[in-house]
Design a protein around this ligand. Structure first.
Ligand SMILES: [Zn+2]
Length: 258
């Protein structure tokens, strides 16, 4: 199992620290919006940062990359269709990123929607998906369309159920309040609410989730289910004939949801 630790940053971001199975001091980080907490972690455990993986260009995901490169000489990988504040190796769908120092390799998946060039990293039964898939939610559509985002989420939902999902933010509890409103009869959502409340009360991250769990509780992966479709149609006040129309309605509903 891939050894991954969360480094909390800002209010609710997670920078994911990936350890090598081969060399206990060799690590990579995903989406370092802030360098300070990463440098602190590296120093406290005497770790060597070999690589920075970026999923998209937002500052809370890449703002610390330049400082980390200057401090450690780490190689940076990122979305080939976006600009980052640091030199990086551009990646796109079906590329593979190899981290020889860690003995790890990840597959790159194009997941446009939150941003136009957003990518995700998949490998070793783990998915690093930035602001595309959240637990019980998904990213806002800042640059892409509902159709693009649904296709991106469908691609992620097609990964094995056991895949651990490392998202960019701790949004699970708030997302679940919306999930319960969007699909009131779903008992898995109630079970998950209890579990997440317990974890958060104990000060633990709710992440990682798994693809299998997300398929059961995440309304954005459930646009094709009758219950989510009915809820969306009730809110829209009209029939929603396609999964994209259902998804778009659920997404805009969530944007307004308090
Ligand atoms: Zn973002």
């Amino acid at each position: 199992m891939l050894d991954v630790a969360p480094i909390p940053a800002f209010r609710d971001n997670y920078i994911w620290l990936i350890r090598s199975a081969r060399d206990p001091r060799a690590v990579a980080v995903v989406d370092p919006g802030d360098a300070a907490p990463v440098l602190e972690w590296l120093a406290s455990e005497d770790l060597h940062l070999h690589a920075v993986l970026a999923t998209h260009h937002h500052a809370d995901h890449v703002g610390g990359a330049r400082q980390l490169v200057e401090a450690t000489g780490a190689a940076v990988f990122g979305p080939g269709r976006e600009r980052l504040p640091v030199a990086f190796t551009p990646l796109g769908g079906n590329d593979r990123v190899s981290l020889p120092a860690l003995g790890l390799e990840f597959e790159v998946i194009d997941v446009p929607g939150h941003t136009a060039g957003h990518i995700a990293y998949y490998g070793h039964d783990a998915l690093f998906c930035g602001d595309t898939l959240f637990s019980a939610g998904c990213g806002r559509l800042f640059e892409g369309t509902a159709g693009q985002m649904l296709a991106s989420l469908d691609a992620l939902a097609g990964l094995p159920d056991s895949t651990r999902v490392y998202c960019g933010h701790e949004y699970t509890a708030a997302n679940l309040r919306f999930a319960a409103a969007a699909e009131p009869g779903n008992a898995d959502i109630g079970d998950y609410v209890r579990k997440v409340t317990e974890m958060r009360t104990a000060g633990r991250p709710s992440l990682p989730s798994t693809i299998g769990l997300e398929k059961r509780v995440n309304p954005f992966l459930r646009s094709r289910t009758e219950n989510v479709k009915l809820s969306a149609e009730r809110r829209a006040g009209r029939p929603l004939p396609t999964p994209v129309a259902v998804f778009a309605e659920v997404r805009s509903w969530k944007d307004m949801f308090q």
